[in-house]
Design a protein around this ligand. Structure first.
Ligand code: DP6
Length: 332
């Protein structure tokens, strides 16, 4: 048996006994965006998007991607993003077409229409909900009836964080150890915590100069602090599980905040240094720390960008609205 080493091998393996032609005219699905409380940062295999560490996230309620997909007979893909056609030579379209190449039956093009309900300017990774929604829509179009972990693996091939967007609520992506990544998928966590809130703060709407993909690779290759990251995430994951089981908000918030800052520390120690922070990011961190010192249970997390995501409980909503009047509050 040949080893599974490319994306095409993985798809072939997962879809071996599944229908190869569309079972209906259109597949349609929604997938939520997600925010990691323990971050995915660095790959042990960049071809298959296999991570060096496990990660844990919470989805963003109704913010995400609605995707509709159908086969066409014009022989090439057509892509619409928020109702606007996307030129085939854009990096976004090329990445999507390369992904669809893994799946397409001979001579088939796809029409893919994605409407994102994420405020584009909020600096939230749209690739996660985008690839998850696409996989769910394809699963419906072809009537594959794949189990969630296989859907998660297919989404991971598009973008690592998409493996977690297959689910609503809390999800944990197991890093796995297998070379073929068959044990590297996300699972939903059976935790209900209706009082948790995210606050999205838009500090900059500029497109980020370095993608997560390039940033994590550069960090892994050049940062002397990266070696501490797997140990950090193992401890953080254990703390997050304890916090979730006990509904201990302080422990959840403190762990998520520490994890995000530790991830950024690995980037700051890269050569050349990678710093996504803007002066406004740092000012906001100090504002949060000051409010917390005065007794407000407020924490934050950040991804590969300058924007800040507040983490608080429903009861703090009036205080958050007073101190951060422009924040968009999301019930996960
Ligand atoms: C900082 O999933 O965008 O948001 O697998 O290369 O597509 P690729 O990377 P991507 O990275 C997300 C990184 C992060 C942390 C996280 O979401 O866990």
């Amino acid at each position: 048996l040949n080893p599974i080493s490319t994306k095409a091998d993985v798809v072939h393996h997962l879809l071996a006994d599944r229908p190869r032609t569309p079972a209906r005219a259109t597949g349609h699905a929604f997938a939520p965006a997600n925010i990691a409380l323990c971050k995915y940062w660095g790959k042990r295999n960049a071809t298959l998007n296999l991570p060096t560490n496990s990660s844990l996230s919470l989805s963003l309620g109704n913010l995400g991607a609605h995707t509709e997909v159908q086969g066409n007979d014009i022989g090439h893909d057509r892509i619409w993003l928020n109702d606007a056609p996307l030129a085939a030579d854009t990096p976004f379209a090329q990445r999507l077409t390369a992904y669809l190449d893994l799946i397409r039956p001979p001579d088939t093009g796809f029409d893919v229409r994605t409407v994102s309900t994420i405020p584009i300017a909020a600096g939230l990774a749209s690739s996660a909900s985008g690839y998850a929604a696409l996989v769910l829509a394809l699963n419906q179009l072809f009537d594959w009836q794949l189990p969630p972990r296989h859907l998660s693996i297919l989404a991971r091939l598009g973008s690592g964080s998409a493996s977690r967007s297959i689910y609503r609520g809390f999800a944990e992506w197991h890093a796995g150890t297998a070379a073929d990544g068959m044990d590297s998928y996300a699972e939903a966590l059976d935790i209900d915590w209706p009082d948790l809130r995210f606050g999205l703060l838009e500090l900059s709407t500029a497109e980020k100069p370095v993608s997560s993909r390039a940033g994590m690779q550069h960090t892994l290759e050049t940062s002397t602090l990266y070696q501490s990251w797997p140990t950090q995430t193992r401890a953080d994951l254990a703390n997050l599980h304890a916090a979730l089981n006990q509904r201990d908000f302080e422990q959840l918030g403190q762990t998520a905040e520490t994890n995000a800052l530790a991830m950024h520390a690995t980037m700051h120690a890269a050569r050349p240094a990678l710093c996504y922070w803007l002066p406004e990011s740092l000012a906001t961190m100090h504002k949060i720390w000051n409010l917390r010192a005065k007794g407000l249970p407020l924490y934050f997390t950040m991804d590969a960008g300058p924007n800040i995501k507040l983490l608080f409980l429903k009861e703090s909503t009036p205080a958050i609205q007073t101190h951060f009047p422009t924040t968009r509050i999301i019930k996960p």
